[in-house]
Design a protein around this ligand. Sequence first.
Ligand SMILES: Nc1ncnc2c1ncn2[C@@H]1O[C@H](COS(=O)(=O)NC(=O)[C@@H](N)CO)[C@@H](O)[C@H]1O
Length: 419
Amino acid sequence: MLSLPFIRDNRAVVEKAIADKNVSLDLDALLALDGEVRGLKTEIDELRRQRNAISDSFKTADPAERPALGAKAKEMGAKTSEIEAVLADKQAALDALMLRLPGIPWEGAPVGPDESANTIVRQEGAIPSFDFEPRDHVALLEMNDWADLSRIVNVAGSRMYALKGRLAMLEQALMFWAQQQLAAEGFTTMTVPALARPQAFVATGHFPGHEEEAYAVPADDLYLAGTGEIALTSLHSGEILESDKLPILYAGYSPCFRREAGSAGRDVRGLLRVHQFYKLEQYVICEDDDAVSAEWHARLLANAEMLLKALEIPYQVIEASTGDMGLGKFRMNDIESWVPSLGKYRETHSCSTLHDWQARRANLRWRDGDRKVRFVHTLNNTALASPRILVPLLENHQQADGRVKLPKALQGLMGGEFL
Ligand SMILES: Nc1ncnc2c1ncn2[C@@H]1O[C@H](COS(=O)(=O)NC(=O)[C@@H](N)CO)[C@@H](O)[C@H]1O
């Protein structure tokens, strides 16, 4: 969300963000509502002032005049309530439009409608060349009995899987290993729930707009989150964080649930796109200073690259376009990992800076050195998301006989050179 003073003073910038992020929002209607709300508030204040004046005069008034004064006060009270009802409706309409406002993208973001406008920042790690016909991850799962992709569908429906044996253990080991790497970078590991109240989805920007992507639990007015970002964004809602508590660095581990409503037919084979997965989420709450945010964005990206380099997975860093980065983002860099069976890079990480766009929605504030209360900045990036990360991991390290050679970083954890 943006502040109304910012919108009033930066109309052209906001209009450009609305256009560049393909948002359908009538800024004139929003500002007209803002004007009406301010007018109604002024009217109410004036009525209250007059009513108070009458009440004050009541004590010293001639007894004969009191009935008329009482009637006047009563009439003003009725008028005030009438205007307050109108104000409530206008305020609700304004609040709804405010939630649709885009965050202003950084000036270096490629302007374009969707991911087709994304650009490649750089590529890291040599694409492996095999002296045998490489298998895809599903074939590797089958020949090593590392997953059940069929029976489980009878139990839980499509896009579901069960990992087995050493691969199931590797998934757990990977998450612990990543938590250790992030702890060394100062991030506090947290396990967070997937269940969350609707307001938590509004705070991150998932609602309004993406309700159909979340599984609902209507009996309890809860939804299942698709990312630990949702719990972490609202964890400190309503608090005023002292400056010595910033930055807050969380490594949030959670199950993630996504309906993938819009993904029919995409990635239907295997582990790339499933309804339930596990993610370790890097999350930062920092002071509202653009340079500080930019520094944390770079560090979140570097952390993810550190993990990919240790896993010896080739990848490329992507600069997201204005149309692909999402409503609230200032900047988004995806990392795409090489998948040999597809002969292309596929997204495994997504690093975002949101400035105070989420903080305003989540009511996340801090007290600066001058004791001034301000909204914070929030950032997030994937550390590891499994089972998707297993796809490049297994395929890039496969041997001719179908065994998978573990990267050195995991050999100690898994007690051997091979999975
Ligand atoms: N349906 C899915 N199945 C498997 N993995 C998924 C799915 N959706 C997302 N992921 C993984 O989760 C990562 C982060 O998802 S994201 O929506 O791009 N971004 C976020 O959730 C941010 N909070 C950063 O983690 C993706 O890069 C991908 O690796």
